[in-house]
Design a protein. Structure first.
Length: 258
């Protein structure tokens, strides 16, 4: 059943409206999938072994320590692999070209406010019923006095810069538009349909152990996309959230947030 198209006047700008005809694909979008999907896929592939060992540790307790060590040392490799993908495909990211922000104060203040809001909500939403599985806590200081701070810096860089760029390209540049038309580059950034909005919020939440907090973040970043019609504000907001969360972790030692 085709989702109902809406325009939310006042809060959401008029470029969000999209015609039914644009739902039809002309087949040209599939060649553009790889630059936005592969970095995300590479990131997820590196997560799989750690998650697998965490699950098996319920039956083979000795694997618990292995999962911690694997998570510790795979993160720099994962970050480097995603950076390599993003660098290779950079010329393909038309949505990142041109002026990243407008000239008004709102263009900077709004993404920062959204990023701070999501961080403040995130660290208060770790209720057991709003959690999927058990997070693989990342404590870089386990690596020792020399390697520990280096790993902490890599983790902070990955969380605050690499992950927001990679995830926003996948979720709010590719998937949210692909759900409107397989020729997704013909769909303007910030185009709104009920189906694409709800699906990306739910799927973004399910990607995280804190699924409810993840859904709230997905909701906030989606609304920011609809408001601005640009991807850079979403990347900035996402980066602010992750940066503040990383600083929180390093200052408190609450490694479960990583």
């Amino acid at each position: 059943m085709m989702p109902r198209e809406l325009e939310l006047g006042g809060i959401l700008p008029t470029h969000m409206g999209i015609s039914v005809e644009q739902k039809k694909s002309d087949g040209g979008g599939h060649s553009k999938l790889l630059p936005r999907v592969l970095p995300f896929a590479v990131f997820m592939v590196f997560i799989a072994p750690v998650e697998g060992m965490l699950w098996l540790a319920k039956y083979i307790p000795s694997l618990a320590d292995w999962s911690v060590e694997a998570n510790l040392w795979l993160y720099p490799v994962k970050t480097a692999a995603v950076i390599a993908c993003l660098a290779y495909f950079w010329p393909h990211y038309k949505e990142l070209k041109g002026r990243p922000f407008g000239i008004s104060l709102e263009d900077f203040a709004l993404p920062i406010a959204v990023g701070v809001f999501v961080y403040l909500a995130w660290v208060r939403m770790d209720w057991p019923w709003a959690t999927i599985g058990k997070a693989a806590e990342y404590d870089p200081l386990r690596a020792g006095a020399v390697a520990g701070p280096i790993l902490a810096g890599i983790r902070l860089l990955g969380a605050a810069v690499v992950v927001p760029l990679m995830e926003e390209l996948f979720w709010r540049s590719f998937l949210i538009r692909y759900m409107i038309s397989s020729n997704f580059e013909s769909v303007p950034l910030g185009a709104f349909t009920v189906g694409s909005f709800l699906a990306t919020v739910i799927l973004f939440g399910s990607e995280h152990h804190l699924w409810l907090a993840g859904m709230l973040a997905g909701l906030a970043y989606n609304l920011l996309l609809y408001r601005t019609g640009r991807l850079w504000p979403c990347i900035l907001a996402h980066g602010i959230t992750n940066l503040l969360l990383g600083i929180h972790v390093l200052m408190t030692g609450e490694w479960q947030w990583w």
